[in-house]
Design a protein around this ligand. Structure first.
Ligand code: PEP
Length: 277
C-alpha cells in the first residue's frame, strides 16, 4: 500500500503535566528548536497537546508573529479530550466549539488512560469522533490492546473492534479526515516498545479494517501513528516502517531536548517517502 500521500505527524501528549508557564516555555523551546535545527527542511505536522488550561498560552506561542518559531503551517495545538455535546449542565466538561473558538485544530480521543481511568467506551469514542468532525476538529483516535488481551491472542480482534466502533455511522468523506493512533496499552509509559515490525503489522491491519469498511482510497490516505514509549533512540526504526506515519508521544514530549529528535525522525520519514515516490 502506498504511503506517499499520507501526512507524517508527530504529536506530543503532555497529559496532566506542566503549569501554564511551564507549558508555554516548553512550546517555545520546541518551536525554537525546530526553527533552528530543522531550518529549511520539510517538517512533519507537529501537534502539541497540553492540558485545557494551557491551550491559550500554547496557541499564543504557535501563532506568535515573531518569526523565531517553526513554520506555523506545520505546527498545531490539540486537546487531550472533549465532551461530545455542544453545551449544557455537564460540570467539568469542555465542548468542541469551545476548543475551535480558541483555535485548537486537533483532539486526542479514546486515549487508553481515558478508557482505563474515566470509563470511556467505544461508543463514547464514536460520539466524540462524530462531534469533532462536525466541528472541523481532527480527531486522533487512539486504539490499543492491554497486556492480557495481547497475551490472550486477542490483539487483532480488539483493535478491529475499536476501529470499527470509532468510525461507526461516519461517511467515507468524514473517515478520510481522521487520524488513528495505535497505542498498545502495555507500551504506554512503561519504557517497553512494541517491536517495530509488529507495530507496523497492527498499523497495516488498522488500515485494512478501514479499507474493508470504506475502500482503499480512504484507507490509503489515513495517517496511522504509533504510540508507546517512543524515544529519540527508537524513532528512526519506527519511521522507516511502511505503515507507521508518525508518533503519538507522551513522556518524551515533555522535554524539548527529548522531543526534538523525535520530530527530526518525522522529518527523516518525509525525506524517505520523497525518495520512494
Ligand atoms: C501516550 O500518552 O500517548 C504515550 C504514548 O505515552 P508514552 O510515550 O509515555 O508511552
Amino acid at each position: 500500500m502506498s504511503s506517499k500521500v499520507r501526512k507524517t505527524i508527530i504529536a506530543g501528549n503532555w497529559k496532566m503535566h506542566k503549569t501554564v508557564a511551564e507549558a508555554q516555555a516548553l512550546a517555545e523551546a520546541v518551536l525554537q528548536g525546530v526553527a533552528k535545527e530543522l531550518a529549511g527542511e520539510a517538517l512533519p505536522d507537529i501537534i502539541l497537546c497540553p492540558t485545557y488550561v494551557s491551550l491559550p498560552a500554547v496557541l499564543n506561542v504557535v501563532n506568535a508573529p515573531d518569526g523565531k518559531t517553526a513554520n506555523k503551517q506545520n505546527c498545531f495545538v490539540g486537546a487531550q479530550n472533549m465532551e461530545h455535546r455542544d453545551s449544557g449542565a455537564f460540570t467539568g466538561e469542555i465542548a468542541p466549539g469551545m476548543l475551535t473558538h480558541l483555535g485548537v485544530t486537533h483532539v486526542i480521543l479514546g486515549h487508553s488512560e481515558r478508557r482505563q481511568f474515566f470509563g470511556e467506551t467505544n461508543q463514547g469514542v464514536n460520539l466524540k469522533t462524530k462531534a469533532a468532525l462536525a466541528h472541523k476538529l481532527v480527531p486522533i483516535v487512539c486504539v490499543g490492546e492491554t497486556l492480557d488481551e495481547r497475551e490472550g491472542g486477542l490483539t487483532d480482534q480488539v483493535i478491529r473492534r475499536q476501529v470499527a466502533a470509532a468510525v461507526e455511522d461516519l461517511s467515507a468523506e468524514e473517515v478520510a479526515k481522521i487520524v488513528v493512533a495505535y497505542e498498545p496499552v502495555w507500551a504506554i509509559g512503561t519504557g517497553k516498545n512494541c517491536e517495530s515490525p509488529e507495530a507496523n503489522r497492527v498499523c497495516k491491519m488498522i488500515r485494512s479494517t478501514i479499507n474493508e469498511l470504506y475502500g482503499t482510497s480512504v484507507a490509503d490516505g489515513i495517517p496511522v501513528l504509533y504510540g508507546g514509549s517512543v524515544k529519540g533512540s527508537t524513532i528512526d526504526e519506527q519511521m522507516a516502517q511502511s505503515d507507521i506515519d508518525g508518533a503519538l508521544v507522551g513522556g518524551a514530549s515533555l522535554k524539548a531536548e527529548e522531543f526534538l529528535p523525535i520530530i527530526k525522525g518525522g522529518a527523516k520519514r518525509l525525506k524517505l517517502m520523497a525518495t520512494k515516490a
